[in-house]
Design a protein. Structure first.
Length: 627
């Protein structure tokens, strides 16, 4: 029998198919099963007008057969089949798609469920097979045909016998490589095949059946010493009807929870479920889950966000990041749409208008659900905030605050007055008349912030302070700038601008003492001044406008080579006994007064959470004052 050559620059194109287009070898099974599903869809469409098909909806199906000794894997369908001309056209010409032609013949607006459109999926089998045999019989024709190929060398076509219409794709698997003992043999393991079907083809709408090993008790074995044997039983491997295709009213919360656990490997139920069914510019269905715990690797460079993407029941991508905005990258879920433009490998999405529309709509749905939780299920939202609040904060100031308007009402901060998390809207609604600013204080923990000397004056006036305990908070305040016309103002930096906040002018002695402290500390501080915010504490540091101490701490970790530092303004409480002692020592014992000035500065650094240049030197300094 004469071997025929592939058309369309066969050797080069087929080599590209095998080595370049597909990322993972296991994709081949998805492609062969998808082709089988397409073939059944075509015959099912014919059956709508041709009673001679003789098959009911429940009669259609796909069968997988494993022959491990002979290293063959067979996928059989009872679909439309092919004749000799179609074998030549579809399997002899790489990148000629019969499914695409079928879809064109249906016309616009007709839903077929057929996904193929590039005519290359079949050849992905050569990634794992060194020889492929196709036995096929076209519906309505008497003659069946056998197509065989070893790959780039070409193919043969000859008549053969086959009773029913349909197609068998018989793949002889390659020998395993020395470095990977199970490289190809894994595709002869029933449990491996089942896992791949569940992963990629679980929602093909025709049953995919296969014989699976089962352990069964031998007949006649005693109850005391039961004996078991392995038998093969037929099993349907795929679910066929995905949960997101069912009406929301027909699905229980327990079913959603179980789907989430199985699909995403979680033991805890999700906090919230969002079911979306959209028609219009783009038709799609989505099932989204807000996790009740942080996904594995979340917050690390290895974490991969994204939603699972399906088309016609076939998984196209496991993690399509383009469907989720960065701010909601913790959301898990699936999206299915017949309107997406797929690339040649069906692994990646062409960045098109449809994708952007779906992404924008899902973002609105997620944001609306979070707002609902915040309003109606406050405790649940606060649990979510513990897991993903930092992500929402970072997303609000990233990209120069591109998402700040959408996210600012979802943000929570600890309140000095309420002793719990509050929203910006709640804070502003409680502001007394005449308060100009949203006041905040920054530190590592709520407890540390609560003891900051700079908060005393506002607390005495029963004014609410937001506690910033995340490194992102001050960047966020800088980007937000204001909320409902109320600017953000740090209690540690700049003038608090409170009514009746003017203190008496310093006396000449106080001014001289302040000048003495500045002279003693030299370039260690940018300025020394009498504080208008301290009441019971002797000193504190402020940075004025611009970079804050929290920002300095952040950059010291992520960009230490930059050496970025905030200004150091030492504020002293001229009414405090410690200042009075320094003022007296300046006259009676200047050297001792210099030590007091150093202690003031070192204490202010500690209060601000900034490192001491010489901790042991500070200890010696304190001990020297005991003499």
């Amino acid at each position: 029998m004469k071997k025929r050559e592939f058309k369309a620059e066969s050797q080069r194109l087929l080599d590209l198919m095998i080595h370049s287009i597909y990322t993972h070898k296991e994709i081949f099974l998805r492609e062969i099963l998808s082709n089988a599903s397409d073939a059944i869809d075509k015959l099912k469409y014919v059956s709508l007008t041709d009673q001679g098909v003789g098959l009911n909806a429940g009669d259609f199906g796909i069968r997988i057969t494993v022959d491990e000794p002979n290293r063959t894997l067979t996928v059989s369908d009872n679909g439309i089949g092919m004749n000799e001309e179609e074998l030549e056209t579809h399997l002899g010409v790489i990148a000629n798609s019969g499914s695409l032609q079928f879809r064109k013949e249906l016309g616009e607006g007709e839903e077929s469920g057929v996904i193929g459109q590039f005519g290359v999926g079949f050849y992905s089998a050569f990634m794992v097979a060194d020889h492929i045999t196709v036995i096929t019989k076209k519906y309505g024709e008497a003659q069946a045909y056998r197509w065989e190929s070893d790959g780039v060398d070409g193919y043969t076509v000859e008549p053969c016998e086959k009773e029913q219409a349909g197609t068998d794709v018989i793949m002889h698997l390659k020998a395993d490589g020395e470095d990977e003992p199970e490289e190809y043999s894994r595709y002869l393991k029933p449990h491996e095949i089942r896992a791949l079907v569940k992963k990629y083809s679980d929602y093909i709408r025709f049953p995919i059946r296969m014989e699976m090993p089962r352990s069964r008790r031998k007949e006649g074995s005693s109850d005391d010493k039961p004996e078991y044997e392995e038998v093969m039983e037929e099993e349907t491997l795929n679910s066929m009807v995905p949960l997101w295709q069912r009406k929301k009213s027909d699905v229980t919360r327990e079913e959603y929870d179980e789907f989430y656990r199985q699909r995403f490997g979680e033991f805890a139920a999700p906090q919230s479920v969002i079911a979306v069914s959209a028609e219009g510019a783009v038709t799609y269905k989505a099932l989204l889950f807000i996790p009740s715990r942080r996904p594995g690797l979340y917050g690390t460079e290895d974490f991969q966000p994204g939603l699972q993407l399906y088309s016609a029941g076939v998984m196209i991508m496991d993690k399509c990041a383009e469907l989720l905005p960065e701010c909601f990258n913790f959301v898990r879920g699936v999206v299915e749409s017949p309107d997406l433009s797929l690339n040649i490998s069906r692994e990646l999405l062409q960045h098109d208008r449809q994708l952007k529309i779906i992404s924008a709509n899902l973002e609105k749905k997620i944001r609306a659900e979070l707002a609902r939780m915040l309003r109606d299920e406050r405790e649940e939202y606060e649990k979510l905030w513990q897991n993903f609040g930092l992500q929402l904060k970072v997303a609000a100031f990233n990209h120069y605050g591109e998402k700040k308007e959408q996210l600012q009402d979802l943000l929570l901060f600890y309140s000095s007055r309420e002793k719990k998390l509050v929203t910006l809207e709640e804070y502003v609604s409680r502001m007394p008349e005449g308060q100009k600013y949203i006041y905040y204080a920054s530190g590592d923990t709520v407890e540390a912030v609560d003891h900051m000397p700079q908060t005393e004056l506002l607390k005495d006036r029963d004014m609410e302070i937001l506690y910033f305990t995340d490194r992102a908070d001050e960047f966020l305040a800088d980007i937000l700038h204001e909320y409902h016309g109320k600017p953000f103002r740090s209690v540690a930096n700049g003038d608090l601008e409170l009514e009746d906040d003017k203190r008496p002018e310093e006396t000449a002695s106080e001014q001289e003492t302040i000048a003495f402290i500045k002279e003693t500390l030299g370039e260690a501080v940018d300025e020394v001044k009498a504080s208008a915010r301290l009441k019971t504490h002797p000193v504190c540091l402020s940075s004025g406008e611009g970079m804050t101490f929290e920002m300095e701490k952040y950059f010291s970790v992520v960009q230490p080579e930059m050496g970025m530092k905030a200004r150091r303004i030492l504020e002293v409480n001229v009414d405090h006994p410690a200042f009075a002692a320094l003022k007296t020592a300046r006259i009676t014992d200047p050297e001792r007064a210099k030590k007091y000035a150093q202690v003031f500065y070192q204490q202010a650094l500690l209060i601000a959470g900034l490192p001491l240049a010489d901790p042991s030197g500070y200890t010696d300094l304190l001990c020297s004052l005991w003499n």
